[in-house]
Design a protein around this ligand. Structure first.
Ligand code: ADP
Length: 498
């Protein structure tokens, strides 16, 4: 049997801040369906409390050695909903017993994040020992789990994990886990590892960098983003090291779970629709407008935005007080805009202030999955002017739900949305080459013109998008290839070891 352990700070539905949590759970479910023995380990944050009664508590605590100290954790076990993938939760009141996954809402990360995630990563090895289950692959995700790749090559190099290989996936290379070098103590490795294991970063430590240096194989979440982060302009300082590891680095597009995101059966929607029967979408638009207090009865293009309200998603540009910014779009283009999200406190305040002044702008500062589904289903267009986008999920939901995506020409957005060609009618959305206020303004203007002047073209553009599929099935196969390559590298054999 092929055993794979996923180590992650997020896995939906237990803990999700963004696309990472969704990708880890969907990939795991798909690999499970394909017959792999796959398990997930997560911290037991307070947010997991909702499901706590349904979790099985293991009778013995788990001792986790970290440097000269030992931490004791409780172990809970649950299952991914809808399939039998085991999910293990490490309980530690001091480190995980608080609100927030990385930090308090709208604030900086917790001061003890290195210790919190070092416990997760060391705990992953200890848990496997306790279970008597030694995985072929440890698949770690982003900087919080990157210490697994380091521990495997250091303290666990010659233990029962000597034949285990590690894969690190970069869901967003913009977040790296950079800390003061005193945090080496919390990692529990001797000081010489500061240099030899790749932590050293401008006299501080960088967890992602150390993970990149030690992983047997590296992946990121789209081919486009993989190309971008190999360049000095977009590599966030990791490009040099990634180029060095070039033969062991690849981009694999995230999929989405089309059984959950299906406009024909979505249980979170009061009405349903399909490419061929779009009346349900009209009704959903009316329902959405009523729910967010937009006036009924006008035929105006409705544009949605969902996601973290942060610089990366284009909010710095939209709120730039310059020609073509969000205020100008709302005042001049005759569109309605609904924004659902949480994030940077200053942007949230500015959006709330604008929404108070502009009757056609609605801002909902919540994390609300049901409303997210209704927005995707009820909107005519979906705006995603990200400065960079490793993969992006919302544009994929938008395609499926007929909210024509207006996206920037970057990373996973460029890989999944094809610009509408007015001559041939080909395409699935509107692509903005460079993100500036004016370019976003012009793209929205183009969308609004299409909506007003050419309903037939609008309909065929929508249908083309709705017909696209980005499923996990195909991507899971590419992950399996990456696992094979990692194993071959670790075990010094040619492919075929799995
Ligand atoms: P990222 O991972 O960079 O945050 P993605 O587009 O890849 O962005 O994934 C974000 C995921 O989180 C999507 O599934 C999106 O619908 C969901 N999401 C983000 N913010 C909210 C919110 N405020 N309410 C509901 N869902 C949200």
């Amino acid at each position: 049997m092929k055993k794979i352990l996923m180590v992650s700070s997020e896995a939906e539905p237990f803990a999700k801040v963004g696309g990472l949590g969704e990708a880890v759970s969907s990939l795991s479910a798909e690999l499970f369906r394909q017959g792999y023995d796959i398990r997930i380990i997560l911290p037991r944050y307070y947010s997991v409390d909702i499901a706590r009664e349904k979790l099985k508590k293991h009778p013995f605590p788990l001792g986790v050695p970290i440097g000269a100290r030992e931490e004791w954790t409780g172990v809970y076990e649950g299952r991914l909903p809808g399939c039998a993938v085991p999910v293990y939760f490490l309980e530690h009141e001091g480190y995980y017993g608080r609100d927030g996954i990385y930090g308090p809402r709208g604030g900086e990360g917790f001061a003890d994040n290195v210790a919190r995630f070092a416990l997760l990563c060391r705990g992953a090895f200890q848990l496997c020992r306790m279970l008597g289950w030694i995985p072929d692959i440890i698949h770690s995700h982003d900087w919080p789990a990157a210490l697994c790749n380091v521990y495997l090559k250091t303290i666990e190099n010659r233990t029962e994990f000597s034949r285990t290989a590690s894969v690190l996936t970069l869901h967003n290379a913009g977040y790296q886990g950079v800390y003061h070098k005193d945090a080496m103590n919390a990692i529990g490795l001797a000081w010489d590892h500061f240099y030899s294991s790749g932590f050293e970063f401008y006299n501080g430590i960088n967890l992602l960098q150390a993970g990149i240096k030690n992983a047997d194989m590296l992946t990121t979440v789209s081919p486009g983003y993989a190309r971008e982060i190999l360049t000095p302009e977009k590599g966030n300082g990791m490009d040099g090291l990634l180029r060095e590891r070039g033969g062991y680095f690849t981009g694999i597009l995230n999929g989405i779970d089309y059984s959950r995101w299906n406009p024909e059966s979505d249980p979170l929607l009061p009405f349903h629709f399909s490419e061929k029967a779009l009346d349900g979408k009209e009704k959903l638009k009316t329902r959405l407008k009523a729910e967010i207090s937009l006036p009924a009865g006008q035929d105006i293009p409705l544009i949605g935005m969902i996601g973290r309200i942060v610089e990366q998603k284009g909010y710095g540009v939209l709120l730039s007080y310059s020609r073509g910014d969000l205020a100008a779009i709302c005042r001049e283009l005759g569109v309605q805009i609904v924004i659902l999200g949480t994030g940077n406190a200053a942007y949230e305040q500015e959006l709330a202030r604008l929404a108070w002044k502009l009757p056609n702008l609605k801002v909902i500062l919540q994390f609300n999955t049901q409303l997210a589904h209704l927005i995707e289903a009820g909107c005519d267009f979906f705006l995603m002017p990200s400065l960079f986008e490793p993969c992006g999920l919302n544009q994929l939901y938008s395609l499926r739900y007929g909210a024509i995506p207006i996206v920037s020409n970057t990373g996973g957005l460029a890989d999944t949305v094809e610009d509408y060609n007015e001559q041939t009618g080909a395409g699935t959305g509107i692509v903005i080459d460079t993100i500036t206020p004016e370019n976003i303004y012009n793209a929205v203007k183009r969308a609004a013109a299409l909506y007003r002047n050419d309903k037939a073209a609008l309909r065929s553009l929508r249908e083309q998008g709705m017909g696209k599929r980005f499923s996990w099935n195909q991507s899971a196969g590419k992950y399996l290839e990456a696992y094979e390559k990692a194993l071959a590298a670790r075990r010094g054999k040619t492919a075929g070891a799995l």
